[in-house]
Design a protein around this ligand. Structure first.
Ligand code: ADP
Ligand code: MG
Length: 588
């Protein structure tokens, strides 16, 4: 008898009496969900247990899956989302109904926005009661609420449909532009019983979940006509390019064409930031002065100033070629003169094949101009990074961490905050693909510990999470999770006593501190000690560097409280312009 089937009390079971008489092998919704996920290669579930999915998690663990329980669903959801980004398979998050579902939904929406494949599976209450709004335990029409926030949303009412539902969820998550999928599992479904054989036959193994999408030869020709005639060509690599795992082809494209490139933040390391063709340190000049820009898996959204304005130089000075799997992305903000629709691996390979290695060399004035700018910027920054002051400023602290990553290029860097994010993105060079995980398209806070957990679980590599003190607070309780699973995660909290900085004062002179200020001189390192992890309190870049190296050598869960000058930050980091400030002074 299969481990999944069981003989149960047939009087309570939802099977016909003819089957009951023969006492045949049975299965139920719980087992079918687990079987369907396992059949499709899902090995890990991130979630928070509770009604009605407690047993689902328990049984998944019993069936050999890794089930990572979090303290809050949003963090479990973020873990699933980044697992999807790292593996090209949907990350799975499991939550309870209503409030747990809503907590997970933030992560699902964020995954969809970032094009990360993820499946949020939530238990739900009785359909009959929910639909009549009769006030069930955790009553909520979860399917309707999830729909506008993800790529697809499905509810399963019959155990025999679980196989198809899981297959559809997987396909929807990873095919085309990846994104989030919601799967609604009412409590009643989980305990629904059917014949084991019927159940086994109902499972679907998804073949070729994300089929290659080849670009049209005419689109390739149009793109190459433009690119090869450009005087100041530029490639912009986005996180879609990192996700695509077409690393060798992308490297070949850059190196064979000799075209400089700028990586978006999560595409850093696709080629090492120290590569001679990297224009990362000359980003502003590269964007402004280029004449033809090839976007690979990067959208012209706010992170690229929508492809216009002073970031991009004179109006009309630019022609865009865009490689993306989503046809509707073309012309989203400005005209795309050469759209190349298809998966990045196939599109980049098609460009390489069509050229057959006969790329013209880009004009040397362009290459030299970017090189000069890059060297000047790096030279200007160097003394600030080497400063060993106490209290630290951001540059001094990040200079130390930059060396750590240079010496440990296979470590995964998780990064969130305002100043901590903006400055780390520029200062810390990355050397390998998919090693930098950060706040992504929304610039959202709270991804830190969820990403750190999944990065460690999925890759087995050491993780360095560089967190602003405010950003850390959104997911900080997961230090217990990190300790519980003994993950090799080193968290560095850049503690400047507040949001942006810790020096604001209450304008009324009242007893409450200013709205952006935290408890002064907090010791975040004590938090992890409470759960058996290792804490450090450091005040200089030298101390920081020693502590991080010790932590990463030990592989133990570690939290380093890095004391940063409370006056060091700027309002909203690099995006202060998005934070409107009142100019109206009210008369007292
Ligand atoms: P960044 O923020 O780094 O600029 P974006 O999230 O804006 O990156 O852009 C990623 C883009 O990559 C999305 O438009 C998405 O459709 C696209 N994309 C994701 N995976 C693939 C793939 N395998 N092939 C082609 N395009 C992809
Ligand atoms: Mg702060």
């Amino acid at each position: 008898m299969s481990a999944l089937a069981q003989i149960i009390d047939l009087k309570t079971a939802d099977v016909n009496t003819a089957e009951a008489d023969t006492q045949q092998e049975l299965t139920d919704g719980f087992h079918l969900v687990i079987d369907a996920l396992k059949l499709n290669g899902v090995t890990t579930i991130y979630g928070v247990p509770g009604i009605p999915i407690t047993d689902l998690g328990r049984m998944a663990q019993a069936e050999g899956m890794r089930v990572i329980s979090f303290r809050h669903e949003q963090n479990a959801g973020n873990a699933a989302a980044i697992a999807g980004f790292l593996t090209k398979k949907p990350g799975v998050c499991l939550t309870v109904s209503a409030p747990g579902f809503l907590n997970g939904l933030t992560a699902l929406a964020n995954a969809t926005t970032n094009c990360f494949p993820m499946i949020l599976i939530s238990g739900s209450s009785e359909r009959e009661i929910v639909d009549l709004q009769q006030g069930d335990y955790e009553e909520m029409d979860q399917l309707a609420i999830a729909k506008p926030l993800c790529k697809a949303a499905f509810r399963v009412l019959h155990a025999a449909d679980i196989g198809i539902a899981v297959a559809r969820a997987i396909r929807a998550a990873v095919s085309g532009r990846p994104g989030g999928v919601y799967l609604d599992l009412p409590a009643k479904l989980l305990s629904q019983v059917i014949a084991a054989e019927t159940g086994a036959r109902s499972l679907v193994k998804v073949i070729d979940a994300a089929p290659a999408q080849l670009p049209a030869p005419s689109a390739i020709k149009r793109a190459l006509d433009l690119l090869t005639k450009a005087k100041r060509p530029l490639i912009v690599l986005g996180k879609g390019a990192a996700y695509a795992q077409a690393d060798d082809a992308i490297r070949a494209l850059v190196e064979q064409s000799g075209i400089p490139y700028v990586p978006m933040s999560m595409a850093k390391g696709l080629l090492p930031d120290t590569h001679p063709l990297s224009a990362g340190a000359a980003r502003s000049t590269a964007l402004k002065d280029s004449d033809v820009v090839l976007l690979i898996g990067a959208r012209l959204n706010w992170l690229l100033s929508h492809g216009k304005g002073k970031t991009w130089g004179e109006p009309g000075s630019k022609k865009f070629i865009q490689i993306d799997i989503e046809p509707r992305e073309m012309d989203s903000n400005v005209e795309i003169v050469a759209p190349v629709v298809g998966d990045i691996g196939s599109c980049v390979q098609a460009l390489l094949d069509a050229m057959g290695g006969r790329w013209p060399t880009p004009p040397s004035e362009w290459i030299d101009a970017l090189k000069a700018r890059r060297e000047a910027n790096i030279a200007k920054m160097a003394p600030r990074l080497a400063k060993n002051s106490s209290p630290m400023d951001f540059h001094g602290a990040l200079g130390a961490l930059r060396t750590v990553i240079r010496e440990r290029p296979d470590a995964i860097l998780v990064n969130e905050g305002a100043n901590t994010l903006d400055l780390a993105r520029g200062i810390i060079d990355m050397y390998q693909p998919r090693k930098r995980l950060d706040v992504g398209t929304w610039g959202v806070m709270g991804i830190g510990m969820g990403f750190a957990v999944a990065a460690a679980v999925e890759t087995g590599k050491p993780v360095l999470a560089v967190e602003g003190d405010s950003a850390f607070g959104f997911s900080g309780m997961e230090v217990e999770t990190i300790c519980r699973y003994k993950l090799p995660v080193c968290i560095v909290v850049f503690n400047n006593n507040g949001i942006y900085r810790g020096t604001d004062v209450n304008p009324t002179g009242g007893e409450d501190v200013a709205t952006t200020v935290f408890v002064a001189d907090s010791r975040y390192d004590k938090m992890i000690e409470a759960f058996g992890g290792v804490g450090y309190n450091v005040t200089t870049p030298d101390e920081l560097s020693r502590a991080v190296n010790e932590a990463m050598d030990s592989g133990k869960p570690t939290l380093i409280n890095a004391v940063i000058d409370p006056a060091a930050g700027t309002e909203s980091g690099n995006i202060g312009s998005l934070n409107p400030q009142s100019v109206v002074k009210k008369k007292k």
